[in-house]
Write a protein that binds this ligand. Structure first.
Ligand code: PBG
Ligand code: ZN
Length: 325
């Protein structure tokens, strides 16, 4: 049908009709809030490149979790900043590690908030890589047992879901088997399945003190130029037993989210990463963009591309904006 018989503007005349024909709805249920746990009491170390976010001691983590719960946010994902780092990242699977204690504290006070834990070694290793080092490379197979130990120790501490972000080959199988053997067959795995080697992680590495001390992550994280490789990565994780597959970052990878949503039937998560957050915050601070509007547009676009859930540092602000509507 062509103009003048069809006039697309008829469907945009006012907010009521726009609401009726809107194809994508951002909802507070879509949001997952990342939090950084650190030792101590009443500690709140602001992260300069992520305005509004801080490294939080467990008392503040619990307060923020309560706030998230009140706003209707269903889940948080925890990252830990340990007191000590070593070659094998032993604090990542210590029974009294920072994440293990934070999980317990949240589940104690806010039991119906879903607590997801990031499973990786880079915050806990003195070299800052996501696996064990052998010579000058990351030893994939030797790292699998450590990652499985991390996942099991998080789940034993009460984590509702584990999210391996290391990108070692075969880690989903290893983690699934270890969870099942530990009688934790009900603990789902959200795998960072298509995780790219991205410069957008800069602010996070400052926040989590997890930058690699030598080299980079290009041998285990994906090349930003590839799309078929992402489909292969996701299909492996699906076969290995992942329950949710994640694409990360989100904004520069909307095409990847879209392809994965089309080709797989598992829920798709997208990680709106630290650099994406920092860019919007910085431009808004300068008065160059309307921060709230760009935030909502961005999250809606990630959902429109196919994400069923979004890990985002905007979770609290977005929930407030959505609740105000
Ligand atoms: C750890 C991990 C990273 C992020 C989540 N888990 C950083 C990295 O791979 O270097 C990035 C999150 C963000 O930038 O917001 N493996
Ligand atoms: Zn890592």
């Amino acid at each position: 049908m062509l103009f003048p018989d069809y006039r697309p503007r008829r469907m945009r005349r006012n907010e009521t009709i726009r609401r009726m024909v809107r194809e994508t709805r951002l909802h507070v249920d879509d949001l997952i809030l990342p939090l950084f746990a650190i030792d101590g009491k009443d500690v709140k170390n602001p992260i300069p490149s992520m305005p509004g976010h801080s490294q939080l001691s467990i008392d503040h983590i619990v307060k923020t979790a309560e706030e998230a719960r009140k706003l209707g946010i269903p889940a948080v994902i925890l990252f830990g900043i340990p007191k000590r780092k070593d070659a094998l990242g032993t604090q990542a699977y210590a029974k009294d590690g920072i994440v293990q204690r934070a999980v317990k504290a949240i589940k104690d006070k806010v039991p119906d908030l879903m607590v997801i834990t990031d499973v990786c070694l880079c915050e806990y290793t003195d070299h800052g890589h996501c696996g064990m080092i052998a010579g000058d490379t990351v030893d994939n197979d030797a790292s699998l047992d450590l990652l499985a130990r991390v996942a099991v120790s998080h789940a034993k501490a009460g984590a509702d879901m584990v999210a391996p972000s290391d990108m070692m080959d075969g880690r989903v199988t290893e983690i699934r088997n270890a969870l099942d053997e530990a009688d934790l067959s009900d603990t789902p795995i959200m795998s960072y399945a298509a995780k790219y080697c991205s410069a957008y992680y800069g602010p996070f590495r400052e926040a989590a003190d997890s930058a690699p001390k030598f080299g980079d992550r290009r041998s285990y994280q994906m090349d930003p130029a590839n799309v078929r490789e992402a489909l292969r990565e996701v299909s492996m994780d699906v076969e290995e037993g992942a329950d949710i597959v994640m694409v990360k970052p989100a904004l520069a990878y909307l095409d990847i989210i879209c392809r994965i949503k089309d080709e797989f039937d598992l829920p798709v998560a997208a990680y709106n990463v630290s650099g994406e957050y920092a860019m919007i915050k910085a431009a808004a601070e300068k008065g160059w963009i309307d921060g709230k509007a760009v935030m909502l547009e961005t999250l809606t676009a990630i959902k429109r591309a196919g994400a069923d859930m979004i890990l985002t540092y905007f979770a609290i602000e977005a929930a407030q904006a959505l609740n105000d509507r």
